[in-house]
Design a protein around this ligand. Structure first.
Ligand code: SP5
Ligand code: ZN
Length: 344
């Protein structure tokens, strides 16, 4: 299994986020990707760079004005004499206008994001674009015949929607991978999101589509981020009705219950009969994750890799969350090594 990775991820660094009433260094740090890379190099996975995919391909899943906002945001922010993390100070909640994006940078930022934990810094655009290209490159490898590929994306992507960013995510890497597969010979695609948090951006992007099934296992949004999407009664709309499946799980979930939900997810994917699978691979389900509440152990990640491989589908794995930095390499490598063993 080839690993697609760009060192440009490291340009997204130094941001702060609002956490328990204080501004703290972002949990989503360059060290995460560095530890994953080292663990995969140790296990002799071949590492390849992303292709120089044109930026207009982002519009396969994203709004053009939104992409332009992200590309130019830091320049606009610093032109106003600011130099700290770019974070929003207001959002268009119910009762406020939903039909006008303000021309000023603060209003535009509130328009395009939905939380105060997703800083834009000087190198955010370069890193987000490299991550998006990595995911599309991994999809291209699979579309061209590889049985599986892994995109070591950072920043992650599954909270970013057609025209919004948030949850440490700017461009939706997994959705771009799924769209690439659709555009290159796969009539039907499934996205399985195993990050601890609901993949609200991916769900929104494919909500009304019947060609891409979205299935997500995640902690209940009643108490966990992103709070306002990811409930079991969300099933898609229009042609996409029945093509979204949410399996929210309680805090404290361990492998035994997780595995039962995974079986339900994989059965739904088999019924959709996709030509390829995209896995949003977050490992923030780990027992020692600093911002999460599940109890998966290191050895459970090999089990996860076994189960994913048992779907017997061409598979693009895309890195999402995981904030227990010391163990993140072992956990991701555990999934990928088990997956690769089963598909040899
Ligand atoms: C890709 C991804 O995993 N994004 C996660 C974004 C989480 N953002 C902030 C969540 C705030 C959680 N508060 C922590 C409570 C600690 N018990
Ligand atoms: Zn997450």
């Amino acid at each position: 299994m080839r690993v697609v990775h760009s060192p440009l991820h490291a340009r997204h660094d130094g941001g702060v986020e609002l956490h328990r009433g204080a501004l703290v260094p972002s949990f989503e740090s360059p060290a995460r990707a560095q530890f994953i890379l080292e663990a995969l190099q140790e296990r002799r996975f071949p590492i390849v760079p992303p292709r120089d995919i044109p930026e207009d391909r982002l519009q396969g899943v994203h709004d053009g004005g939104f992409v332009e906002f992200l590309r130019g945001a830091w320049a606009r922010w610093t032109a106003g004499g600011r130099d700290g993390s770019m974070l929003p100070s207001g959002f268009p909640a119910r009762g406020l206008r939903q039909d006008h994006c303000p021309s000023g940078i603060n209003g535009a930022m509130g328009w395009y994001t939905f939380d105060a934990s997703t800083p834009i810094v000087a190198g955010t655009w370069d890193a987000a674009l490299a991550a998006a290209r990595s995911a599309m490159t991994a999809a291209a490898l699979v579309a061209e015949g590889d049985s599986a590929a892994y995109a070591l994306c950072r920043p992650p992507g599954h909270h970013a929607g057609r025209a919004f960013y948030g949850g440490y995510c700017y461009l939706n890497n997994a959705a771009l991978a799924a769209q690439h597969l659709r555009d290159h010979g796969c009539a039907r695609v499934a996205v399985l999101d195993v990050d601890y948090h609901h993949g609200n951006g991916t769900q929104e992007i494919f909500w009304e589509r019947d060609d891409v099934l979205f299935v997500s296992l995640h902690a209940t949004p009643e108490s966990e981020y992103p709070y306002f999407l990811g409930y079991a009664d969300e099933r898609g709309a229009g042609r996409g009705e029945g093509c979204t499946l949410n399996l929210p799980l309680p805090l404290g979930t361990r492998w035994q219950e997780y595995r039962a939900a995974l079986d339900v997810a994989l059965a739904a994917i088999a019924r959709h009969a996709p030509d390829a699978l995209v896995v949003s691979l977050g490992v923030d389900t780990f027992e020692a994750d600093p911002i999460s509440g599940f109890r998966l152990t290191c050895s459970d990640y090999s089990r996860l890799g076994d189960h994913l491989a048992a779907a017997h589908l061409p598979t693009v794995l895309v890195q999402e969350g995981g904030y227990a930095v010391a163990e993140i390499g072992a956990n991701v490598a555990g999934v990928l090594a088990a997956f690769a063993d089963r598909t040899l």
